[in-house]
Write a protein that binds this ligand. Structure first.
Ligand code: CA2
Length: 148
């Protein structure tokens, strides 16, 4: 069983800037802890970070038939990318939307997620813990669906 973790624009800056919003851990730290959760369940995890919307869409396509679940923190593309929405709609596995912060408690433009309508669930506002919770949720949702 396999989970693909996707990280969108600017998440490569984690740890270096805006620690009050996103914490001091680097993306690699979050990925390491997410991988540990997957491994605990006997799953494997791959991770891609990109600042390019098209690359993110391609990664969702690549996960089709290959990954049992996708955990996606699409960054600001979560609020704008209908192409990501359409790609996720065509993906048959479990989708968990992830945010470090709680977008609903922030600026109005962050209150809408175009990922949300095609996600099975959402983990937000939990900081780095969210990476672990999102993988845990993906594994257990896949189990409940009978695909794990
Ligand atoms: O809370 C989240 O995880 C977000 O997806 C982060 C996005 C933001 O646009 C979403 O509304 C919520 C921003 C990621 C940018 O990360 C940075 C990290 C350090 C310095 C600058 C940006």
């Amino acid at each position: 069983m396999h989970v693909t973790l996707l990280s969108g624009p600017n998440l490569d800056l984690l740890g270096a800037r805006e620690p009050e919003l996103y914490g001091t851990d680097a993306l690699a730290d979050h990925v390491r802890r997410a991988s540990a959760v997957a491994e605990r369940h006997g799953w494997t995890l791959d991770h891609l970070q990109t600042n390019d919307e098209g690359v993110l869409v391609d990664a969702v396509h690549a996960a089709r038939g290959r990954a049992d679940a996708i955990v996606v923190n699409a960054g600001a593309l979560s609020h704008t990318s209908w192409s990501l929405h359409d790609a996720l709609a065509a993906y048959e596995g479990v989708v968990v939307e992830l945010h470090l912060s709680n977008p609903a408690a922030r600026e109005p433009f962050r209150h809408t997620s175009v990922v949300a309508p095609v996600a099975d669930g959402l983990v937000a506002g939990m900081g780095g813990l969210g990476y672990e919770l999102a993988v845990e949720a993906a594994v257990r949702l896949a189990g409940a669906r009978g695909t794990a």
